[in-house]
Ligand binder design. Structure first.
Ligand code: XMP
Length: 305
């Protein structure tokens, strides 16, 4: 991207041309990528646009309420409660790629339903450059790229930030005067907490992942990580009170990166790690153990699945 202002002008023109006088839905997740795509599309086509936020039940703590507040100014915002549908679709699924596909398909079906109701023929997405590269190289299928089902009931898919890296998207977001809470937001994957849970997704594991992620984000704020979170990675033996338990193992991850393609595990001081451990095991009855992930990317990925 050469110049932010011209980029914005060009994209607004492009979106207006691509969408024409049809209606569009925007897949809004509240992250910086989709919010920036949404803001550009709103500038371009105004009322022809319906931003759709799908609550998959795999969101961060308080995320849905926050979206409601932040995008309150967009009258046509629709918040879809799809928690049960996603949980059903993920029941019994343990393979990471199958999970991504189930989620990708779930998203598309939700949007199709919303699109039908608003007579929208175009789907806007916040896909960015690294999403495409990693999907094309089969490193993983992003729910919004490789995970798309074969039959998609839209005439066109518009991806205004598809050639940008995350830091460039942030520049555009700042220029568009999106709130800081959005423009500086830590990346959160489209499949949400599902890629922070190894094996089958169950309501209990989702709750442990959500609460633990919240603790990690709070406790590591001062380290300004590129991304920090917790994941539920298995079960192990522990002692709680007077009893031996077989509880969840929660991994804490905090990384520095430019674009997510490579990353370095952050050095965190012992007291902070202990505070995180004590909060996570204290606040979640069934967590027996907390570990810190010291692996860079490569060889590890940032997320766990
Ligand atoms: P990995 O785990 O592949 O992640 O090292 C690199 C960056 O991409 C995010 N990520 C995703 N984002 N859909 C997304 O929208 C996905 O399926 C997905 N998987 C990973 C991850 O959070 C990190 O920022």
């Amino acid at each position: 991207m050469v110049d932010v202002d011209s980029f914005i002008d060009e994209k607004i023109d492009e979106i207006a041309t691509e969408v024409g006088d049809e209606n569009a839905v925007i897949a809004l997740s509240g992250g910086v990528d989709s919010s920036t795509a949404a803001a550009l599309a709103y500038e371009a086509i105004g009322d022809q646009l319906t931003p759709v936020y799908v609550d998959t039940g795999l969101m961060r703590k308080g995320e849905t309420e926050q979206i409601r507040e932040t995008f309150d100014y967009m009258d046509s915002l629709r918040i879809v409660d799809a928690k049960d549908r996603f949980l059903d679709a993920l029941g019994g699924v343990t393979d990471p790629e199958e999970k991504r596909h189930a989620i990708g398909e779930g998203f598309i079906r939700e949007f199709e339903r919303e699109a039908k109701e608003t007579d929208a023929k175009q789907l806007v997405q916040g896909t960015i450059y690294p999403d495409r590269i990693e999907s094309e190289g089969n490193i993983k299928s992003h729910h919004n790229v490789g995970g798309l089902p074969d039959v998609v009931d839209f005439e066109g898919i518009v991806e205004p930030v598809r050639d940008l890296y995350k830091d460039e998207v942030r520049e555009v977001a700042r220029e568009l005067e999106l709130e800081e809470i959005i423009s500086e937001r830590m990346p959160f994957p489209g499949p949400g907490l599902a890629v922070r849970i190894i094996g089958e997704i169950t309501p209990e594991k989702v709750e442990v992942a959500r609460e633990s992620c919240h603790v990690v984000e709070e406790e590591l704020e001062e380290y300004e990580p590129w991304q920090a979170f917790a994941a539920v990675i298995g079960k192990a033996t522990g002692v709680k009170g007077d009893n031996r338990v077989h509880g969840w193992v929660v991994a804490v991850r905090s990384v520095e990166s430019r674009d997510g393609m490579t990353a370095r595990a952050q050095e965190i001081d012992w007291q902070t790690l202990q505070r995180i451990q004590s909060r996570i095991t204290g606040e979640n009855e069934n967590v027996a153990r907390v570990v810190y992930d010291v692996t860079h990317k490569p060889p590890a990925t940032i997320e766990y699945e």
